[in-house]
Design a binder for this molecule. Sequence first.
Ligand code: MV4
Length: 451
Amino acid sequence: MFNKVLIANRGEIAARVIRTCQKLGIATVAVYSEADQALPFVQLADESYLIGKPRVNESYLNIDKLIKAAKDTGAEAIHPGYGLLSENAEFARACRKEGIAFIGPSADVMAKMGDKVEARRVMTDAGVPVVPGTEEAVQDIAEAKAFAQDYGYPIMVKAAAGGGGIGMQAVYNDEELAKAYESNAKRAQTFFGNGALFVEKLITNPRHIEIQVLADEHGHAIHLFERECSIQRRHQKVVEEAPSPFLQEKTRKQMGETALKAVHALGYSNAGTIEFLVDEDEQYYFIEMNTRLQVEHPVTEEITGVDLVEQQLRIAAGEELSLRQDDIRIQGHAIEVRIYAEDPNTFFPSPGQITKLLLPEGEGIRHELAVNETSQVTPFYDPMIAKLVVSAESREAAIEKMTKALHGYEIEGIKSNLMMLKRIITHEQFKAGHTQTSFIENYYLPTITNQ
Ligand code: MV4
């Protein structure tokens, strides 16, 4: 096992990774920007290292500075967290070239999964169901139209280099397709430096269900069942839970086995997530693979008892998985909500000085925090300041616990989405398990002024 690990990230996930390192007796290095000096994760680490100005290009996205920090501090491995450089193959390559272990899969697999057309091809070859779509990037509007002619509208235009919904649009006829083609090619070029597009059949009102996997460097892999992440707003997830209230046992089993097929075909190692869209008939289709630890990983930890960060560290250190598939059982139900510093009416980020932070405590309540009661929320980074995770023996009990916890949660000084979260969690449709991706559009009307 490593003696010292550097965390190339910030906020709640940096703190999360540091906690597991401490549990395993691994020394930690936090890197931080000038804007983050006073945040809890910097204090929590054994050593902290200032890497630069607040802007991410001068700090958390600066590969040279991160490698230098690891060398200066003698860190043997880098944990990239999520977001930032976590799925950047060039970063993984740079780390390994310098003899630093990158806690994630091989750079080649990361690059493959980053290309959505390539990912579809790999999955198809492995026998994983993908959404019907073009096998290659389309070369022009005519090719996209030809697909629509063969398969029928509506279809989805997507960027080959895409992610997070950028460069993606549903279209219902030739005219819309022509417009969407031009604008999304441009957007994709701007965001990803690659304007290539492909098209797929539109899956209407799907659920977003993802399978967590762990795979070691010796060819062993297990899955840790699913997370349901359908409740989101503009591709920003808001509520996640495990297990899914929707899946039948038979589908759950099939999806787990499908995910393992994908992992073995890829020669994947470390923690990963296979994302599926699931339609009303429980048909599931691969859409993307995430080659990192995800924001919502705690709900899986809560229902399986597995520390995913510990497994990542062990795998990256070359250990064999000691967990067997039969060891992994779903125990109870877990729900996570993401707490954002944002205006509840406009959904714009709402930075500022926190003046009060009161956290509900109790059995089955877990906090992942980027801030404390004296923190400043700056405008430089993602406005997610905390996650609240509850677990209980059943979904009903978890909803009840979450409702109580949210009512005991107080943040002052900044605006937050706490009110929206309370409304979602107590909504009849949520309680009934009707958690399609259109949930917020359908049921959440932002009429409130503040929490
Ligand atoms: C889709 C889809 C419907 N049909 N693909 C959104 C982000 C990206 N990972 C894929 N996404 C979608 N792809 C086809 N062919 C609907 C979505 C989608 C969505 C997916 C998961 C969670 C929330 C979503 C919200 C809107 C659209």
